[in-house]
Design a protein around this ligand. Structure first.
Ligand code: BTN
Length: 267
């Protein structure tokens, strides 16, 4: 790495051989990198465009939640995707992102973290990374583009995380014994790994990595079904990255999205 390079220059250099990557825009602060991704996609930015921010003032997570994005403590990035018409499976695309983030973290820290269905990365029952995929549809109902947002806690804020998440959030620096993680390298590694998996879709052999890294399989999980709490055993991840659960009455269900809790962590 050349001293004094900006994030844009570093990411560009690191991804010089990655044909999927089409450019990067880096900001000091944004409300949300996903919103900036939408604005760029609306004016025709190509698939493979990356947006980075040092902090987000309105970072969001799944299910309408906020994603805490304090200055310089995380990798907050979005990627513009324009999936081929005949292959659009949002579940599989986000599963590619979970595996790519898992691989990038392993590459940079040597640590194998856990994938918690749907697409969160955890370490010792604490969240390290979240993924938010948002689609934009044409009036015809066809997908126009997708914005894939990835947030990884890289360092822990001085004084710790805010109260609401202090017992459930963890950073790479904490799990890697304080070693310094280069966010630009992490971003580039993620984009490179993701491009390999995404461009091979509909091949789904990467789901073997997902299954092996899952902290959910073989566990009793709790989830909501039509407003009612259900308890079931997580038995598999199917070929569409849905969670297969077996209920106590032996019924098998394939969950598409939503949220599950591991019973052992809430008892
Ligand atoms: C979740 O945990 O539910 C998903 C979190 C996704 C956070 C990332 S940070 C970059 C991008 N911009 C956002 O506003 N959200 C995503």
């Amino acid at each position: 790495m050349i001293k004094g390079q900006t994030s844009e220059e570093k990411v560009k250099n690191l991804l010089a051989d990655c044909s999927f990557f089409k450019g990067v825009e880096s900001h000091v602060s944004l409300p949300s990198t996903n919103d900036r991704g939408r604005a760029l996609a609306d004016i025709g930015a190509p698939e493979g465009t990356v947006i980075l921010a040092e902090m987000q003032t309105a970072g969001r997570g799944r299910l309408g939640r906020r994603f805490y994005s304090p200055q310089s403590e995380g990798l907050y990035m979005s990627l513009i995707l324009r999936p081929e018409k005949d292959f659009v499976d949002v579940g599989l695309i986000t599963a590619c992102a979970a595996v790519a983030a898992w691989q990038a973290i392993q590459q940079l820290t040597g640590i194998k973290v856990d994938i918690k269905w749907v697409n969160d990365l955890f370490y010792q029952n604490k969240k390290l990374c979240g993924i938010l995929a948002e689609g934009q549809f044409r009036p015809s109902g066809e997908l126009d583009y997708m914005i894939l947002g990835v947030g990884i806690n890289v360092t822990t804020p001085v004084g710790g995380y805010e109260e609401e998440i202090q017992n459930i959030a963890i950073s790479l620096a904490e799990i890697a014994d304080g070693s310094i993680i280069d966010k630009d390298a992490l971003c580039a590694e993620f984009v490179y790994r993701f491009s390999l998996l995404y461009q091979r879709l509909p091949q789904t052999d990467f789901l073997e990595i997902y299954r092996a890294a899952s902290c959910v399989l073989g566990e009793k999980v709790c989830y909501k079904r039509e407003g009612t709490k259900e308890i079931a055993m997580a038995v598999d991840i199917d070929e569409k990255a849905r969670l297969v659960v077996e209920r106590e009455n032996g019924e098998i269900e394939h969950l598409n999205s939503g949220e599950i809790h591991l019973l052992r962590t809430i008892l």
